[in-house]
Design a protein around this ligand. Structure first.
Ligand code: NAP
Length: 289
C-alpha cells in the first residue's frame, strides 16, 4: 500500500480521473475544486475535501494542480505560497514552456519544489499504459513524487528546464494539428465527388502509415544541415504542391491550408535554394531571437 498524502487541485475531467486513480492506488487524497459540489463523488469514494486551496495544500505532501490554464494556476497557488513551502507541486495544467518556467521561478522563490507536467492522454486513459505523462523541472521533486506519478501512466522526466515537458507536448500537438488538417483537406476534396469522409479516412490512414517512416529520413537531412542529398528538392515540391492547390480549387475547395506551405517553398526558391532538399524549409520556420 503506497504511503503519502496527495492533494489534487481541480476536479474537471482530468483532475477527477487523476484523483480517482491515486485514491484507487491507495494514496490518502485531499481534493479541492472551485465548484465545491464536484468534490462529492470523491468524498463518497474516500477522499477528503478541502474548503480552500491553503487548506488543501496543508493536507498534502505532493500537490497536483490540474486547473484550466496558467492564469488559473497562478491565481490559486500564489495566495497559498506559505502553505506550499517545502512541498512538491506538480502542475499538470496545460501551459506554454515560458509559463512553466515562470511558475518554476515563482516556486523556487517560495521554497517550493516544482515539477511541470504535460499529460499526453485523455482522462479515460489515466492509469493505463496508454497514458504518457512528461515532467520537467526539479529532479529531486520528480524522485519524491515519482511513485505516485507512475500510477497515472508512463512517466518520463525530460530535463531540469521546467519548460521542456510543455515544449515537447506542444511540439507533438503541433504535428497532430497539421496532420489532422491535412486529413480534412483530403476529405474536402473527395467529398466534391460524393466520397464519404469515412471512406477517405481509410485511404488517408493507409497512405500516411506508408509515408510516416520517411519522417526519419527528413530528420536525418535536417540534422545533416547541408540539404544536398539529391533527394526531393524545393523546386520539385513546389511543382507538386502547386498541382495539389490547383486540383483543390478546380474542385471548388479552398487551398488556404496549403498556400502557406507553398509560400515558404517559393521564398526558398527565390533565395537560391530551389535545388536544395525540401526539408530546408525548416530554415524559414526559425525566427531569430
Ligand atoms: N481533458 C483532456 O483530455 C486533457 C488532456 C491533456 C491535458 N489536459 C489539461 O488538463 C487541464 C484540465 O483539463 P480538464 O479536461 O480537467 O478541464 P475541465 O474539465 O474543463 O476542468 C477545468 C478545471 O479547471 C477549473 N477552473 C476553471 N477556471 C477556474 C478558475 N478561474 N478558478 C479555479 N478553477 C477553475 C474547473 O473548476 P470548476 O469545476 O469550478 O469549473 C475545473 O476543475 C487543462 O489544462 C487541460 O489542457 C486535459
Amino acid at each position: 500500500m503506497p504511503t503519502g498524502r496527495i492533494t489534487v487541485l481541480g476536479l474537471g475531467a482530468m483532475g477527477s480521473a487523476i484523483a480517482a486513480r491515486l485514491r484507487d492506488t491507495g494514496y490518502t487524497t485531499t481534493v479541492w475544486n472551485r465548484t465545491a459540489a464536484k468534490t462529492a463523488p470523491h468524498t463518497a469514494a474516500g477522499s477528503t475535501a478541502a474548503a480552500t486551496v491553503p487548506d488543501a495544500a496543508d493536507a498534502g505532501d505532493v500537490v497536483l494542480v490540474v486547473l484550466l490554464d496558467h492564469g488559473t494556476v497562478r491565481e490559486h497557488l500564489e495566495p497559498a505560497a506559505a502553505n506550499l513551502k517545502g512541498k512538491v507541486v506538480v502542475n499538470l495544467t496545460t501551459t506554454t514552456p515560458d509559463e512553466a518556467r515562470s511558475t518554476a521561478a515563482w516556486a523556487a522563490d517560495h521554497g517550493i519544489a516544482y515539477l511541470d507536467g504535460a499529460v499526453m492522454a485523455t482522462p479515460d486513459m489515466i492509469g493505463t499504459p496508454a497514458a504518457r505523462l512528461l515532467y520537467s523541472g526539479d529532479e529531486n521533486a520528480y524522485a519524491i513524487a515519482g511513485p505516485a506519478l507512475a500510477a497515472l501512466g508512463g512517466a518520463e522526466f525530460t530535463g531540469a528546464d521546467a519548460g521542456l515537458a510543455s515544449l515537447k507536448d506542444m511540439a507533438l500537438l503541433a504535428a497532430m494539428d497539421l496532420m489532422l488538417l491535412g486529413y480534412l483537406q483530403a476529405v474536402a476534396m473527395m467529398r466534391t465527388v460524393g466520397v464519404p469522409a469515412v471512406e477517405t479516412a481509410g485511404e488517408v490512414e493507409s497512405w500516411l502509415a506508408a509515408m510516416l517512416p520517411h519522417g526519419k529520413e527528413v530528420a536525418a537531412i535536417v540534422d545533416g544541415g547541408a540539404y544536398d542529398t539529391g533527394g526531393q528538392s524545393v523546386d520539385f515540391d513546389r511543382r507538386g504542391l502547386a498541382s495539389i492547390i490547383t486540383a483543390s480549387r478546380e474542385q471548388g475547395v479552398s487551398a488556404q491550408l496549403l498556400e502557406p506551405h507553398l509560400r515558404l517553398l517559393d521564398e526558398l526558391s527565390a533565395t537560391g535554394h530551389g535545388a536544395s532538399d525540401w526539408p530546408r524549409i525548416i530554415d524559414r520556420l526559425t525566427i531569430p531571437k
